[in-house]
Design a protein around this ligand. Structure first.
Ligand SMILES: C[S@@+](CC[C@H](N)C(=O)[O-])C[C@H]1O[C@@H](n2cnc3c(N)ncnc32)[C@H](O)[C@@H]1O
Length: 299
């Protein structure tokens, strides 16, 4: 597997404001709409128009000088843009869009690599409206499609109506316990097949043991787990309350689809690439390639 470059150090000059302490809101307290006012009132708004990099720079400026934003940031972002340049996905899907930082960065990279569509799946309709506004401002509306709703519902709907037939590259950055269940749903629908690559954010901070265990397991182990028990039952137990209940106040309980067993016959090669959050806190992205599929033994 080609090696992604690991970040060696973090440049403090570009650090975002620190994420607020536990017990204090760090998103969904009005800052996302405040960001829109900041950008549309920016002295350089005419240069920002039509420029994905200009919009990203303005988002970074807000998060550096005003309030923290839970974006992937440019260090971890570069791991994924390098992957896009190498993989040249026709269709890329992200789970969790927030204010559109990753949709702008990766949607632009997919377009430059000759791709056709970037789907940004976002559950919160207010955040989705912010993404749509900034995607339009950046001139990326021809490639980035924002889809409002829970990731599992949206994946099902896009698959059923024929809009989404295969995923070449998937960026997972939403409700942490849903990484594993949504991947299994995509396997089940054959949206993820040999050739698909996954990039999963925040596998160090806050971490995602159920997802990592799944993508790092051999086919034999996954077959055994699928037979023995529904591994999804354990998915929320591995996360602290801050991450388990993160979206509860506004969006209500996140429903995990625990019925879908996925396709344990898919062979994965997976590795961690170390990097940094945009605040400078160490984090990493797990890059997983589906390299083949073991044929089902005939009874
Ligand atoms: C960490 S933020 C995404 C950051 C974004 N990818 C970026 O780097 O710019 C996580 C987002 O996932 C959304 N989310 C949470 N649960 C979701 C679900 N089940 N389906 C879709 N989006 C979800 C949240 O509303 C939030 O906006």
């Amino acid at each position: 597997m080609p090696q992604a470059i690991e970040a060696q150090h973090f440049d403090e000059k570009k650090a975002y404001q620190a994420q607020e302490e536990e017990g204090t809101a760090f998103f969904d307290d009005g800052r996302e709409v405040e960001l829109l006012h900041f950008i549309y009132n920016h002295p350089s708004i005419e240069q920002i128009r039509g420029s994905p990099q200009g919009v990203l720079k303005a988002i970074d400026e807000y998060a550096r000088t005003k309030k923290y934003l839970m974006n992937v940031g440019d260090d971890k972002g570069k791991i994924v843009t390098d992957l896009i340049a190498e993989q040249r996905p026709e269709v890329m899907v992200e789970l969790g869009g927030y204010v559109g930082y990753s949709a702008l960065l990766f949607g632009d990279a997919v377009r430059k690599a000759g791709g056709r569509r970037y789907f940004s799946l976002e559950r919160n309709p207010e955040f989705a409206a912010v993404i749509m506004s900034l995607v339009d401002l950046a001139g990326l509306s021809d490639i980035v499609k924002v889809v409002v709703g829970s990731s599992a519902d949206s994946i099902m709907r896009l698959h059923t109506n024929g809009t989404l037939q295969h995923i070449d590259l998937m960026f997972l950055d939403h409700y942490k316990p849903a990484y594993a269940t949504d991947l299994k749903l995509c396997e089940h629908l054959r949206l993820v097949t040999p050739g698909t690559v996954m990039a999963a954010d925040n596998v160090i901070k806050p971490g995602n043991p159920p997802y990592l265990e799944y993508v790092r397991s051999s086919v034999e182990v996954k077959q055994g787990l699928a037979e023995a028990r529904n591994t999804n039952d354990a998915d929320t137990a591995a996360f602290g309350d801050r991450w388990k209940d993160q979206y509860h106040k506004r969006e209500g309980e996140e429903k995990l689809n625990k019925e879908v067993k996925g396709n344990p016959n898919l062979i994965y090669e997976s590795r961690l690439v170390n990097s940094y959050e945009p605040t400078g806190v160490p984090d990493g992205i797990e890059i997983t390639r589906c390299t083949g599929e073991v044929e089902e033994a005939q009874p």
